[in-house]
Design a protein around this ligand. Structure first.
Ligand SMILES: CCCCCCCC/C=C\CCCCCCCCCCCC(=O)SCCNC(=O)CCNC(=O)[C@H](O)C(C)(C)COP(=O)(O)OP(=O)(O)OC[C@H]1O[C@@H](n2cnc3c(N)ncnc32)[C@H](O)[C@@H]1OP(=O)(O)O
Ligand SMILES: Cc1cc2nc3c(=O)[nH]c(=O)nc-3n(C[C@H](O)[C@H](O)[C@H](O)COP(=O)(O)OP(=O)(O)OC[C@H]3O[C@@H](n4cnc5c(N)ncnc54)[C@H](O)[C@@H]3O)c2cc1C
Length: 668
């Protein structure tokens, strides 16, 4: 049967080479080929069916996710997939499960914090999955406040052991993924006590990581350990495929050599030693790594929601303003729909490019760390924390907006959007609450501003070198066209960020106690951090455009996206630009007018731009976002695929409806 492409006319409007854009989106021809291969491997394997997921109760859902993870492991072995291929395989299976934490946090924690000897011992076991690990840092009473962790690790010199103990209810390890039911091992963060002395009351060597056996062979917990799942989470399927766990220790003994020993050691004699040349922040290194990974991946999550909403918007017709009866307007042709949808489409591309840059920065930092060069760690911390926060918040808000952009049908599970929202929303909390992370960025920015004159700002903060110019030279825009120039846009974002940072730094200086000042001004500081991070995203997009980008019309289409992203932010945050005095109201209104022009230039390319994400229908799992656009018959069919429609008479009908109809309620 011939397949009808209901979006063909839209596809024909494209003004650029979609295949070339696919390469740009993927990062390289090799990446495109790799992703395509893994996406199709998953899409064509019946084991990875996922449409029934939201209908399953927790125990069935969990078993189903274990089955998929086992099939995935089998594929990795049978096909000899590399770690990189296996990562993409997991990504396209699209179901959070214990391997994410095993590969994403447990192994990186050992790699980053273990001694050479420990790595040699534990990494092969982990990579072969002969042990399965998780990352147990958060406690019931302490999530953001890592310094407040209460779990203790007391050294017993006589037996050459650490005794791990949870002294209070609030010290219960709480939330670690993979911990509740599956893991055999954990990297546990605990407060170190040697010779009766708490180390690090003054800060920097408080917490150490331990790897130790959690379970016996038969998978029952070791004596002294209580373990379980934290309970059902938001959204039906969503993150409930993960066994986020709780864990308590009652004086559990582990050998001394299970303390991860790269950053510091405890000797056989009970002598505590820290490595002089390794900063203690390295124990936070796993979080830096995962925050970078989240930024690298988050654009795909947003692109998925945007793809669904764009395709549905380009199919569904509503009435025109002149006739409330005759449906003629495509939803995508409403200016108001465009002003909500197109900035999200532009954001997906912006986040992709900033994710690529962050990966480069992180790789560079990692190489430096291996050579004991820690000079770029503060910038890596601020950039990974800030961009994780900025991009996940915008993505989660964006998914919710896409749901609304699809009207009532967006609210149906079959649209794929509710589950995507539910699975993504904890990204604003895990790996660091987004506000807490922005406050870390603000600390970095304020520190950089305060040090002007005796320390050269580098990397993402190098704009602070030109503080004088940025504080005193106002925007030169005179026409709308002036707004579509890369250097002008970047300068506007630099001036806004610099002016806000300087104002906040001056306000902070008025406080006798800097910490009190930091606390009282924290809402303003978050805005400083947002301005700094938006500058990074905009400038990395502009830098991307300066590269050689092959393919007919590809660069031009990306330019439109870049300016949409930037001018949308200028419009959204015009208060910042006006209050800091950088823009006049006229210039702000020119930016908004130019934005509307850019929307009309983006419009013909909209479907091609989401096609360039190269998402399979399996990955999208959305009736309204299907590639062929054949929405209505499938939407209708999806309703009847719901087991609730198996019968006209639901359970309970005879029992609870008949008595109402028959007026026999009194018998109930
Ligand atoms: C939309 C969603 C889509 C997402 C898609 C993702 C798909 C991914 C797919 C596959 C990949 C798999 C990857 C894994 C899967 C991930 C699943 C999620 C699992 C979640 C796991 C967790 O949540 S683990 C627990 C995380 N916990 C936190 O993040 C806690 C947050 N708190 C902190 O980080 C810290 O406590 C703090 C930084 C907020 C404060 O610490 P502290 O009080 O000790 O520090 P100070 O403020 O005093 O700062 C001291 C000094 O240190 C510097 N610093 C702080 N942190 C770091 C760091 N990490 N690195 C380097 N330096 C650091 C700080 O700047 C200060 O420096 P000064 O120079 O002294 O000022
Ligand atoms: C799905 C999921 C998976 C997780 N997986 C893991 C895991 O594998 N391993 C692990 O160890 N942990 C894990 N966590 C825990 C996660 O890292 C924490 O939830 C996170 O660090 C936030 O801590 P919290 O929940 O205690 O929030 P809190 O720190 O209590 O924050 C609550 C509120 O207080 C605000 N707040 C807190 N501190 C400050 C401050 N200093 N200044 C201003 N505002 C502040 C926050 O902005 C937030 O609004 C997971 C969590 C979730 C939801």
């Amino acid at each position: 049967m011939e397949l009808v492409d209901h979006l063909r006319d839209e596809r024909n409007k494209a003004q650029f080479d979609v295949e070339a854009m696919k390469v740009v989106w993927a990062g390289s021809p090799q990446e495109l080929q790799l992703c395509d291969r893994m996406a199709n491997l998953v899409a064509n394997h019946p084991a990875f069916e996922k449409l029934k997921r939201p209908m399953l109760v927790r125990k069935e859902l969990f078993k189903n996710s274990l089955r998929k993870a086992a099939y995935a492991r089998k594929l990795v072995i049978d096909l000899g997939l590399s770690e990189e291929e296996a990562k993409w395989l997991r990504f396209y299976i699209d179901e959070p499960t214990y391997p994410d934490l095993h590969w994403g946090m447990f192994i990186p924690a050992i790699e980053g914090q273990g001694s050479e000897e420990q790595k040699e011992k534990w990494l092969p076991l982990s990579r072969n999955m002969q042990i399965i690990g998780c990352y147990a840092q958060t406690e019931m009473g302490h999530g953001s406040n890592v310094q407040g962790l209460e779990t203790t690790a007391t050294f017993d010199a006589q037996q050459d052991h650490f005794i791990i103990h949870s002294p209070t209810l609030t010290s219960t390890k709480w939330w670690p993924g993979g911990l509740g039911k599956v893991s055999t091992h954990a990297v546990v963060y605990a407060r170190l006590i040697v010779n009766g002395e708490f180390h690090g009351v003054h800060g920097w060597y408080n917490y150490y990581s331990f790897s130790f056996f959690l379970y016996l062979e038969d998978h029952s917990p070791l004596p002294g350990i209580t373990v379980g799942d934290v309970g059902l989470k938001f959204g039906n399927g969503a993150y409930n495929t993960m066994d986020n766990g709780l864990l308590r220790f009652h004086h559990v003994r582990i050998p001394r050599n299970q303390m991860l020993m790269r950053v510091s050691q405890v000797s056989r004699e009970g002598k505590y030693m820290q490595c002089d040349d390794v900063p203690r922040q390295l124990i936070y290194g796993t979080m830096v790594s995962v925050r970078q990974t989240i930024v690298a991946m988050v654009s795909r999550t947003l692109s998925r929601a945007v793809c669904i909403a764009t395709r549905y918007s380009a199919l569904r017709r509503q009435h025109s303003s002149s006739s409330l009866v005759v449906p003629c307007f495509l939803m995508i042709d409403y200016q108001s729909q465009q002003s909500r949808l197109f900035p999200l489409l532009a954001s997906a591309y912006a986040f992709k490019f900033v994710g690529e840059w962050l990966k480069w920065l992180y790789t560079d930092v990692k190489q430096r760390l291996e050579a004991n060069d820690f000079s770029t760690l503060p910038e890596a911390h601020a950039s990974t924390a800030g961009l994780k926060s900025l991009t996940t918040s915008a993505t989660v808000d964006g998914i919710e907006e896409c749901m609304k952009l699809c009207g009532g049908d967006g609210y149906l599970v079959s649209s794929g959007l509710p589950e995507l929202f539910a699975v993504s929303v904890p990204a604003c909390t895990y790996e660091g609450d987004n506000t807490v992370l922005m406050l870390q960025v603000a600390r970095f920015v304020v520190k950089t501003v305060s040090e002007v004159g005796y320390k050269e700002p580098l990397g993402t903060s190098s704009y602070i070198r030109r503080l004088n110019t940025l504080l005193h030279n106002n925007c030169l825009v005179q026409t709308g066209e002036d707004w579509v120039k890369g250097d002008r846009i970047v300068e506007a974002f630099e001036a806004r960020a610099a002016r806000m940072a300087v104002t906040c730094t001056q306000h902070l200086a008025k406080f006798q106690d800097p910490e009190q000042g930091f606390s009282e001004l924290s809402a303003d500081l978050v805005e400083v951090a947002v301005a700094h991070c938006q500058l990074i995203v905009v400038s990395k997009f502009v830098e991307k455009l300066a590269q050689d980008i092959p393919g007919k019309g590809v660069k031009e289409a990306l330019e439109v996206l870049c300016y949409v992203y930037a001018l949308f932010l200028v419009h959204k945050h015009q208060g910042d630009f006006l209050v800091t005095g950088y823009l006049t109201p006229k210039q702000a209104s020119l930016a908004n007018r130019q934005l509307r022009i850019l929307y009309s230039r983006l419009r013909p390319n909209a479907i091609a731009l989401v096609d360039a994400f190269n998402h399979t229908d399996h990955y999208l799992s959305s009736v309204v976002g299907r590639y062929d656009g054949n929405v209505y018959p499938n939407l209708y069919q999806a309703a009847f695929n719901d087991p609730f429609n198996d019968s006209h008479v639901p359970d309970g009908y005879h029992q609870y409806i008949h008595p109402i109809l028959n007026q026999t309620l009194a018998k109930l």
